[in-house]
Write a protein that binds this ligand. Structure first.
Ligand code: C2E
Ligand code: MG
Ligand code: MG
Ligand code: MG
Length: 294
């Protein structure tokens, strides 16, 4: 690496390092405070069955509303939270919150009984010995069925593929919890773990979906991933559907489910609730049945 001309360069470098460290340090401090002060919330993005546009579930997406800096993207703070170990309490909070929220929706709207909530997990959570208890507690305290919980894992989390992890995931799958591979195609796509782990669905990464109609290579990747899922008997969920044309194309490929701005953006919980009550309104015939003959 070229060093340039000595001292001057070094000072600039030091200054940049300093500023970066400062920003990191500040972010870290803010994050720790945010966990204590409960500055986090969850948005919910509906996941639709593409064939009939039924809402099947919601992905819970964490939001941080910083008192000075406003909304901070999870892309910016999740990696830091992972690095400093804060993702463990934060992730546990998100899991509990999402399960509680779903329980509330299900009790308000019995037609939504099979609705599920999909929660993103980080590696550090899987490594935590107490995480199994965290899951059990989230289910027990909310009272939702295990089949109403989906856990999103990434390829890199399954890479190490230890026996302990296989056992852990198998236990969840046996209980009925759905396991989904998030951002599929962007990590170390090793096909070996797909049959070692009890995977329920694959989420096709949005980077392929949102340019698939312009770029043949992306389109071929989307087609291949969906085909792979079907060959393995698991379902495909497309992420980042931004146009009706993309939606139509995915339907043509028999992609089971999808989410994206053209269907619905992630919604604050009250807006998601409104959507649920509108979506699951009993049809006139169902009302008749419930009312029964006079
Ligand atoms: P992800 O799990 O892949 O979530 C999908 C991201 O795509 C979300 O970004 C969502 O808002 C965004 N998105 C949805 N539809 C569209 C679309 O049509 N177009 C585009 N361009 N984007 C769309 P978000 O909410 O910023 O979250 C980013 C990432 O942060 C997530 O990616 C996930 O990896 C992570 N994350 C979010 N919440 C949690 C959490 O509770 N725990 C953990 N460990 N990670 C989380
Ligand atoms: Mg996700
Ligand atoms: Mg994703
Ligand atoms: Mg992602």
């Amino acid at each position: 690496r070229a060093k340039g001309s000595g001292k001057g360069r070094l000072e600039i470098f030091d200054q940049q390092m300093y500023l970066q460290t400062l920003a990191r340090h500040q972010l870290e401090k803010d994050l720790r405070r945010a966990v204590e002060q409960q500055e986090f919330s969850l948005d919910y993005q509906p996941i639709f069955a593409l064939a009939n546009r039924e809402i099947c579930g919601f992905e819970a997406l964490i939001r941080w509303s910083h008192p000075q800096r406003g909304r901070i993207s999870p892309e910016a703070f999740i990696p830091m939270a992972e690095e400093i170990g804060l993702i463990v309490p934060l992730g546990a909070w998100a899991l509990q919150q999402a399960c509680q929220q779903l329980a509330q929706w299900q009790s308000q709207c019995p037609a939504a009984a099979s609705l599920y909530v999909s929660v993103n997990l980080s590696m550090a959570q899987l490594r935590e010995a107490s995480f199994m208890t965290t899951i059990d507690q989230a289910l027990a305290q909310s009272g939702i069925l295990p089949s109403c919980l989906q856990l999103e894992l990434t390829e890199s989390m399954l890479m190490d593929g230890s026996e302990a992890l296989v056992t852990l995931l198998q236990g969840w799958a046996d209980d009925g919890i759905r396991l989904s591979i998030d951002d599929f195609g962007t990590g170390y796509s090793s096909l070996s773990y797909l049959h070692r782990f009890p995977v329920h669905s694959i989420k096709v990464d949005q980077s392929f979906v949102n340019s698939m109609l312009q770029q043949r290579e992306k389109r071929k990747i989307v087609e291949t991933i969906i085909h792979l899922a079907h060959q393995l008997g698991i379902e495909a969920i497309a992420e980042g559907i931004e146009s009706v044309a993309q939606l139509d194309y995915l339907k043509l490929l028999n992609c089971e489910k999808g989410q994206g701005y053209s269907l619905s953006k992630p919604l604050p919980s009250d807006a998601a609730e409104l959507l649920i009550t509108e979506h699951f309104v009993p049809s006139p015939s169902a009302t008749l049945e419930i009312g029964g003959p006079a």
